[in-house]
Design a protein around this ligand. Sequence first.
Ligand SMILES: [Mn+2]
Length: 303
Amino acid sequence: MDQLDRLSGALAPDRGFMHLDDESTAFAGARVVVVPVPFDGTTCYRPGTREGPHAIIDASRNLELYDTELRRSPFAVGIHTLRAVTPVMGNAAGMVDRIEEVTAHLLDAGKFVVTLGGDHSTSIGVVRAFAKRHPGMSVLQIDAHADLREEYEGTPLSSATIMRRVLDVCPRTAQVGIRSMSEPEAALVEERKLPMWLASAIHAQTRQGRDEWIEQVVAALADEVYVTIDVDAFDPSLVPGTGTPEPGGLGWYEVIDLLAAVTAHRRVIGFDVVELSPLVEGHVSPVVAAKLAYKLIGMAVRP
Ligand SMILES: [Mn+2]
């Protein structure tokens, strides 16, 4: 823990994620570790995602510990909330390295790592640590944006380049809920035949009462799957609290049904929830992000 102490500074909000008692949160016994990363050095439109982790943990206070669909209480596997990772301000590369280091420590300790952003560049360091230990894994991205730019405003490490950086270390990806990308990104998708499910295609099936897209996404994934969830994948009517909203997003049950299928047929080895901006909307959006994180812990980490 000494090295983790060096990298994480401010105290976690009162009692950590889900506000559990000491017995359920002790580091040694906890199978899950939640890592708050209050960093938004690279968000391009409206900042405020640095407030995301605190807002998610705060909102989790009001969630039931029992999951009605899973019919059990996911917290029973033990959930420790790390103190927030100290931001390296104005130095995206330094921040990515620091996040990789924290994640690596936790993975080597055998923990299931849940990272709360922060902007989406947070995921670059996390994925690097996972990819070194799970070279055959897939990355499933649930997001409104393809985030496949080679660089954005002069930097290769940004919210807008995260999936391009993922491709540097993990060739197997699936992108779901996408409805915004540049022409060069679309050309890259075409050229490399990157598996992508546009939100419009998902909606077309939903309107007809079909959901074959879920099976197709699962089929595209390797046995081990890292999941990165940008909350702007959801429709802005459900999650308005994000820096770069896009109309036409996914509904709650579309995302949950997908994650249920992925966790049933593949091994989800870790995930992050990023881009929540509670300063834009801080009542409903943090609750959605908190419930999503808790439910995915429940689906991925079985007792
Ligand atoms: Mn996005």
